[in-house]
Design a protein around this ligand. Structure first.
Ligand SMILES: [Zn+2]
Length: 89
């Protein structure tokens, strides 16, 4: 490696706004993030949308039952009904 042209690469603690911390290596002295893989909606599957026109609601009303979440809900309902039927008979 050529001397004097490479930034220093050291171990740092990364801190996210959600409270998660971990160690990695970086040329920065410290790393603070607003969002990380344990709180980003893409990884958590949670929705964090600003829906001012009710577009999500309208979409869910129209296509809700054909989404994965909708199908899971239907499955859960079906199982609950079956369990109730089994309990009463
Ligand atoms: Zn985070």
């Amino acid at each position: 490696m050529k001397q004097g042209i490479h930034p220093e690469y050291h171990e740092v603690e990364v801190r996210c706004g959600c409270g998660a911390t971990w160690r990695t290596r970086s040329t920065k002295k410290e790393l603070t993030l607003e969002i990380c893989s344990s709180c980003h909606p893409f990884f958590t599957g949670r929705q964090k949308l600003v829906d001012t026109e009710g577009r999500v609601e309208r979409f869910m009303k129209k296509y809700g039952e054909v989404t994965v979440a909708g199908r899971r809900q239907q499955e859960a309902d079906r199982r609950r009904r079956a369990a109730r039927r089994a309990a009463t008979s």
